[in-house]
Design a protein around this ligand. Structure first.
Ligand SMILES: NC(=O)c1ccc[n+]([C@@H]2O[C@H](COP(=O)([O-])OP(=O)(O)OC[C@H]3O[C@@H](n4cnc5c(N)ncnc54)[C@H](O)[C@@H]3O)[C@@H](O)[C@H]2O)c1
Length: 343
């Protein structure tokens, strides 16, 4: 099998390609504008072909790769909340327009597509557990432009579904719920306000002994999912035993990884205190409450909670997260601390 992965250097992409090369005899071709997460050992592997470039410039090359592969997994996107507010057009152009070309190629060349949707498509729906085929997708007013990411993903989900409905496109959509783990972000991204994911931001604050910002009090709840568990779900989708993933959407999230941002801060502070580095560099800065509109800008609107139903993934993929929230956060924190060394 040959798999084509745009965005292969990303948090999910590089973990997926490492797993594929280690566990299967499949071939992978990838493209990314960066390559810092791809280890030399991987870049020199005979079954991995890497193109260092921008998919919006290398469009013909991208089309050729879709034509040549068996499965395409387009992972390139902007997936950092502050950029939905600062650069909504960039989000639309990459997350929707560029990925639309790939969807169209997959339909034209009759290739299987495994597409990353997101837990954000459910938006502000009030369901206790979000269900792939029943929950509504509820977004806010147009001037809250943070919803552009959710809407771009949702519309692509619908386009992909329509291609199956009208032309038989073979797709599977998966919706990651806040995956976390080693390799999450670059720690230096966390220094630009908000330019990283929340776990990275909190860890950077702890490492630099700066107060952790709890936006609007930090009562928002999210379900964090360990990267390896998510990748296991993707591997099951790619293997597609008895074709059970065809035409399906799967939430890949850990319903037991549910906690508020305030609780997340407390958990990370506690885990850090138990780490030997804390003796030399204790964290004393604590937390502080900041106003969401001041912190993110006027286009901000938040979602109080987000919890997946994983009944379908359990039933059709036999998938279930294996890693506890605490282990998941410990591994993520330790990865950042190891990177930083004994500074
Ligand atoms: N990580 C999560 O928890 C999560 C949650 C929901 C959805 N997703 C979706 O999963 C996918 C992968 O997420 P991720 O966490 O790995 O994101 P990421 O930001 O770590 O990776 C995206 C990769 O795409 C690359 N890229 C961006 N523009 C490109 C271009 N023009 N040409 C080539 N490469 C380009 C980036 O350099 C980066 O390596 C995204 O579509 C994201 O929306 C992720």
């Amino acid at each position: 099998m040959r798999i084509f992965i745009p965005g292969v250097n990303g948090f999910i992409g590089n973990a997926l390609v490492r797993r594929i090369i280690a566990e299967t005899d499949w071939y992978v071709t990838g493209i990314d504008v960066d390559k810092d997460r791809l280890e030399r050992e991987l870049l020199t592997n005979d079954r991995f072909e890497f193109h260092h470039g921008d998919m919006s410039i290398s469009r013909e090359w991208v089309e050729f790769q879709v034509k040549r592969c068996d499965v395409v997994i387009p992972l390139a996107a902007i997936a950092i909340p502050v950029l939905y507010i600062e650069k909504p057009l960039k989000v639309f152009q990459l997350d929707f327009m560029e990925n639309l070309h790939i969807v169209e190629h997959a339909a034209r060349y009759e290739k299987r597509i495994i597409f990353p949707s997101t837990s954000e498509v459910y938006g502000m729906v009030g369901d206790a557990h979000f269900r792939e085929d029943e929950s509504n997708c509820v977004t806010g007013p147009i001037n809250k432009h943070r919803w552009i990411y959710s809407c771009a993903k949702q519309l692509l989900d619908r386009v992909i579904h329509a291609y199956r409905y009208e032309q038989g496109l073979n797709y599977t959509l998966f919706r990651p719920f806040n995956w976390t783990g080693p390799g999450l972000d670059r720690i230096e991204q966390a220094h630009k306000i908000g330019h990283s994911r929340v776990v990275t931001k909190f860890i950077a604050n702890i490492m630099h002994n700066e107060p952790i910002n709890l936006v609007d009090g930090g009562e928002q709840r999210r379900c964090f999912t360990y990267l390896d568990d998510g990748i296991e779900g993707m591997m099951r989708i790619i293997r597609n035993k008895d074709n059970k993933a065809d035409g399906e959407i799967f939430n890949l999230g850990n319903p037991n990884g549910d906690l508020s941002m305030r609780e997340l801060a407390d958990l990370l502070i506690g885990l850090y205190a138990a780490h030997p580095r804390a003796k030399k560099f204790p964290f004393t800065a604590g937390t502080r409450v900041v106003d969401g509109k001041t912190y993110y800008g006027a286009g901000y609107q938040d979602i109080p909670m987000r919890r997946p139903s994983i009944d379908k993934a359990r039933e059709l993929l036999g998938w279930e997260p294996q890693t506890s929230l605490e282990d998941s956060m410990r591994q993520t924190l330790n990865w950042f601390l190891d990177l930083d060394g004994d500074k």
